[in-house]
Write a new protein. Structure first.
Length: 311
């Protein structure tokens, strides 16, 4: 499940990719299994973090009972890190960036070829071959992020059982993907990636698109794995946002790393109209920080970063 404050933008990317290849397909996001059942889908996708994987298994098991014969696919951080933990409740799992893999799988579904002989040729998945779990070769990360189909933001809504109404999630953006650091609690500890950037022009277009279709939105969360990594990149992005006048229309929420945060970065964020910066402080003890995040992370860095923002 996703909170009300942070929408499932990753699923919107999958929806955009699917509709680009199959214009007549219908994609919807649900957090209530009974809503999934009532929609009578052809394919069910489940996204899971490790902490809620057991709940995802229960949901998949329930859906299989109610919708026998419907493929159930698994994605999300848990299966990326631990593909061999897939259970029989799922037909397959997507490992790594999902946009291209998802479309390849839809192609096989459309041709009635979701069998081991064909699945073995799809990179970036785990699937069942009889009683054996099989993990295919890793899929190459997408180097040119601008060639990724833009997310279908129209799917960012769902029936929310606590309020018994349809809610719309706030619209976030990505300006980059990947992280060079290896914090022990993070997926990048086993899958370090070179950081790849959307062009400034693409980011500006996405922000303008959000404001055009969601004029009520006052803040945009930047969902990058680590936003403020390069001062040069931050300066270019700030210049592009200011040139388009977007800093006057919306504020931004982002994440930064305390050990590399600086006065210059803070000034650029202020000029970009960043209203909230979050830091992963993790601990107030240097020994624990060293274990979690490596030698170059100290409590004094956390204190300094907060002081910079307070000035």
């Amino acid at each position: 499940q996703h909170s009300l404050s942070s929408g499932p933008i990753g699923l919107a990317f999958l929806a955009g990719a699917a509709k680009h290849r199959f214009p007549d397909c219908h994609v919807q996001i649900e957090v209530d299994p009974d809503q999934v059942i009532s929609s009578r889908p052809d394919i069910i996708g489940v996204s899971a973090y490790t902490e809620d994987y057991s709940q995802s298994i229960e949901a998949a098991r329930y859906l299989r009972r109610k919708l026998p014969g419907i493929p159930v696919w698994l994605g999300g951080p848990h299966i990326n890190a631990l593909p061999l933990t897939i259970t029989r409740d799922f037909d397959l799992g997507v490992v790594g960036e999902g946009e291209e893999t998802f479309v390849d799988l839809l192609e096989l579904y459309a041709q009635n070829q979701l069998d081991p002989d064909h699945l073995q040729h799809v990179t970036g998945i785990v699937y069942w071959d009889g009683e054996q779990r099989k993990v295919t070769a890793p899929r190459e990360v997408i180097q040119d992020l601008d060639r990724i189909i833009r997310p279908d933001r129209s799917v960012m809504k769902t029936y929310w059982p606590p309020t018994q109404s349809v809610i719309k999630w706030p619209q976030p953006i990505y300006t980059s993907r990947g992280c060079p650091f290896k914090c022990v609690f993070c997926i990048f500890s086993i899958d370090t990636q070179k950081v790849r950037y959307h062009s400034v022009e693409r980011v500006v277009l996405e922000i303008e698109d959000i404001l055009r279709h969601h004029p009520e939105q006052q803040h945009i969360t930047i969902h990058d794995d680590l936003f403020a990594l390069s001062k040069k990149r931050l300066a270019e992005l700030t210049a592009g946002i200011r040139a388009a006048g977007l800093h006057k229309k919306v504020s931004f929420i982002c994440m930064a790393k305390a050990s590399i945060f600086s006065d210059d970065m803070a000034r650029l964020m202020r000029d970009m109209n960043v209203s909230i910066v979050t830091f992963g402080l993790e601990s107030g003890v240097d020994r624990i920080l060293k274990y979690l995040k490596g030698e170059r992370n100290k409590v004094e860095d956390n204190v300094k970063a907060i002081d910079i923002c307070a000035r």
